[in-house]
Write a protein that binds this ligand. Sequence first.
Ligand code: BTN
Length: 324
Amino acid sequence: MKLKDIVLEFLEKHRGEYLSGEQIAEQTGVSRAAVWKAIECLRKDGVNINGVKNKGYTIPLDENSLSAQGIEAILGKTQFDIHTEHTVTSTNTVLKELARNGEKSKYVLVACEQTEGRGRLGRSFYSPDSTGIYMSIILRPDINIEDSLFITTSAAVAVCRAIETVSDGKVSPQIKWVNDIFVDGKKVCGILTEASVDFESGKPEYAVLGIGVNIFPPKNDFPDDIKNTANSIFDSICGTNMRNRMAAEILRELEKMSGNYKSKDILEEYRKRSMLIGKEVYAVSQNQKTPCRVLSIDDNARLVVELENGKQKVLSSGEVSIKF
Ligand code: BTN
């Protein structure tokens, strides 16, 4: 580990506490001059470190920066191998390449910004700088490929629980089948699971689970084309350490599920959090909009709808839009 990472880990573990150069040097086993250099380096990387004469250095509690050390300080002991980058094309694209080259399961990449963020059905995912988190995880799950939808449903439940934790229960997220999280009727999070199939075993060789969360409103608001449908968890930049906390809480929830994506309890929670059951919607596929009413989500996480002619249909992919 680089010295600056060791210093950052120490500062993150003691967020909000002033630590003297001497204390940091003692704990990290280097000279005070080296500590000073590391702090300068971290500041150049964009980490906000306060320095006060005769008190020392601290990362303020209300700082919303993102770092692997910051996430780990909250998460504690974890099986996830966490990495952060400021700007990437798409965390899913980067991790798919790593997975193809043999990177292990549970490798996590979290970015502050994506220049080519991707959504389902070939859409783009707006990923502006420093107001959200864009996170992907390599998984090597022991499930059949037909069941990979359960990775997405489990992740949706994990994100909802994490939003409730970081907002102290003040924000009530809902799931819009299959992969979107909504707050106050607008989307705050999208999930994209991409898998590569091993045709012999019929199981995924690897899956990359990608989660994008709008935590704060973008600095220049959402672009016009998504302004009416996109939202952020909080109305303004607030709170303490929100981006590290959000990433840590999502990972904590996923870790608790310990790969048991098909669990009945998780599916039951997914149903309870669904915003579609009982609603009049349009099932959208190949530019066709079919009006229907959502009856339930079945045990395979598919949407059961009733068409206008009274017949039932089961949807396993595609999209639904809510009728207003
Ligand atoms: C959707 O809304 O259809 C899914 C959006 C998924 C966005 C996340 S952000 C992290 C990861 N990297 C991507 O390019 N996409 C996913």
